[in-house]
Design a protein around this ligand. Structure first.
Ligand SMILES: C[S@@+](CC[C@H](N)C(=O)[O-])C[C@H]1O[C@@H](n2cnc3c(N)ncnc32)[C@H](O)[C@@H]1O
Length: 554
């Protein structure tokens, strides 16, 4: 698939054409369906459904409870087919009630072609170990001569537990039929607009419903069923449109943490910490904060396991023990302290610090999490010795200072994890970062957005302060999901004097007025670390707009 990115409005036009017809349940056959006329040819449709069937990373997009699959078998057979076209040149004459039809000539043309039938069996792997794996058989027949494609999905093994929603059917199929209008359809060029196109094919998703088992009804599967089918047809449409328009650049996800491992860890931690949803005492929405921080804890723990056990062969227990022995995190701008708490519960040493203690902190502290109320003087704050990871999760004004802080450690340089959100500069003001050539993930390369420029600004600060920068798109429920994971560059071990760092960071990098503030004595005690004693801290800048104010209340 190509990498040409399309202007967004052009793609959007194609999506306004998506409006499938619902075909009601036929009591005689038990079949329901969705139908959508499309402007892409059969080959495009078939290629994208095949991609979905064969790429494990795409499984959860259509089957959310599964993280991927294991291929079991694949066979392909070829057959010869014949396309017969009858041309009836009859002419009809007459007016009023009487008409005469005379058959002048009838021609029959036939074309022989090859159809291929592929049968694949795959074991779908559930996200949670308490859910059953399902063996699925998919049979697809492609006939380029007839312009038809038919994919039939069938769950072979539904035992031992009630089948998930997705298989509360005996089988379902996705078909493509080329319409007669395809023969005269104009070719698509880079300037073609969706409204100029005529449908060339009809896609149909049909399924044969099974009665819902009492177990599945108890699990609440029934109401989500219709959504599953809509998602499936919509995805088939979306992938094909993107393909038709020259492909799209996939988001750089799972760069440092493999998706199947992440999905399994997330499912495990989500279950383990589900109690937080019902016992949340902050005013903020627990659904958002608990799930997002559980997702971050899943990512970070896996990142650390991999970082401290680079061999793929290391078993999980050894990797975890190695990570726990080596990680010492400093969560700067910890807010409600949930991430600090989760990491502490997962066996990691470290502390969180924030200007303002939150009402919920005593609860985390009672369970041993180290949270310190302190205003960090960003241009001078020195990390306590032993910190190996500095975390800046939506850390607002702290974000542009984290790289610089990373150079101010009594011991070896730490690694950095920065998840930027609001666009603060080092003055503590929201700003629009200037255009930059600093490399960003491929899917952002052609964007001119403020977010992209901000990521470049933070990336450049890390780079100039001697860190290797890797961007990873996290699987968190947020549009600002790009994190920078930075490791000290070889040879950049010595701390860079603050003055140099400030000068390097360009015109935006000026220091702010300072005021007397608390010291990190609490951090030292609770964490077993010897905290630096920052004498002075910058005045907390007033939030510049509502979004910032909202973020800082996390
Ligand atoms: C948007 S909140 C994020 C909180 C948390 N990391 C989260 O994602 O939920 C940013 C936090 O940074 C804190 N902060 C900003 N400047 C700080 C400083 N100089 N010292 C300590 N904390 C600071 C703010 O008080 C605020 O709680």
């Amino acid at each position: 698939m190509g990498k040409r990115k399309q202007p967004k409005d052009r793609v959007d036009h194609f999506f306004t054409l998506y409006n499938p017809t619902e075909i009601a349940l036929d009591p005689a056959t038990g079949i329901e369906a969705l139908e959508q006329d499309v402007v892409f040819p059969m080959a495009t449709f078939a290629r994208n459904i095949e991609r979905w069937i064969t790429d494990p990373a795409l499984t959860p997009i259509v089957y959310p409870p599964f993280r991927g699959f294991e291929p079991l078998s694949k066979t392909t057979t070829t057959a010869t087919t014949m396309d017969v076209t009858m041309t009836d040149t009859s002419s009809t004459t007459g007016t009023g009630k009487s008409t005469t039809t005379s058959r002048a000539a009838a021609t029959t043309t036939s074309t022989t072609g090859q159809s291929t039938t592929t049968v694949v069996e795959r074991r779908l792997l559930p996200k949670g170990e308490w859910q059953p794996a399902v063996v699925e058989r998919i049979t697809w027949t492609l006939d380029p001569t007839l312009g038809t494609a038919q994919f039939t999905f069938h769950a072979v093994d539904r035992t031992p537990l009630p089948a998930p929603t997705y298989f509360q059917v005996s089988e379902f199929s996705l078909t493509y039929t080329t319409l007669p209008s395809a023969a005269a359809a104009p070719e698509i060029t880079p300037t073609t607009r969706a409204e100029d196109l005529v449908p060339v094919g009809r896609t149909r998703l049909s399924w044969c419903t099974l009665p819902i088992s009492p177990e599945a009804a108890k699990l609440g599967h029934e109401p989500t069923r219709a959504k599953v089918w809509h998602t499936m047809l919509q995805r088939a449409y979306k992938w094909s449109v993107h393909d038709l328009l020259g492909g799209y650049t996939p988001v750089n996800k799972d760069v440092l943490v493999a998706k199947p491992a992440y999905s399994a860890r997330y499912a495990q931690l989500k279950k383990k910490y589900a109690y937080l949803l019902t016992t949340w005492t902050e005013k903020t929405d627990p659904q958002k904060y608990v799930y997002e921080d559980v997702a971050l804890a899943s990512y970070l723990t896996l990142l650390w396991e991999r970082h401290y056990s680079p061999s793929e062969k290391t078993d999980e227990d050894t990797a975890r023990a190695s990570a726990r022995a080596n990680v010492h995190f400093a969560d700067l701008g910890a807010g409600n302290g949930l991430l600090t708490y989760l990491l502490h519960k997962e066996g990691y040493r470290g502390f969180g610090v924030d200007i303002r203690a939150r009402k919920i902190w005593p609860r985390w502290q009672e369970e041993g999490a180290s949270l310190i109320e302190s205003t960090l003087d960003l241009p001078t704050y020195t990390l306590p010795p032993g910190v190996t990871w500095v975390l800046g999760n939506h850390a607002d004004e702290l974000c542009p200072w984290i790289a610089s802080i990373g150079t101010r450690s009594a011991g070896p340089r730490p690694n950095l994890f920065i998840l930027p959100c609001c666009f603060y500069n080092q003055d503590g003001n929201l700003f629009a970062a200037p255009a930059s050539t600093f490399p960003v993930p491929p899917h952002l390369e052609k964007a001119g957005s403020r977010y992209k420029r901000y990521l470049q600004y933070i990336g450049e600060l890390c780079d100039r302060n001697g860190f290797e920068v890797t961007y990873d798109a996290l699987r968190i429920p947020s549009t600002k999901n790009l994190a920078l994971i930075c490791t000290p560059r070889a040879g950049a071990e010595a701390a860079i004097p603050t003055s140099t760092v400030v000068a390097q960071a360009g015109p935006a990098a000026t220091t702010r007025p300072v005021e007397k503030q608390q010291q990190l004595v609490g951090a030292a005690k609770a964490d077993g670390l010897e905290a630096a004693a920052p004498a002075e801290a910058p005045a907390r800048p007033a939030p510049v707009h509502a979004a910032a104010a909202e973020r800082t209340s996390r």
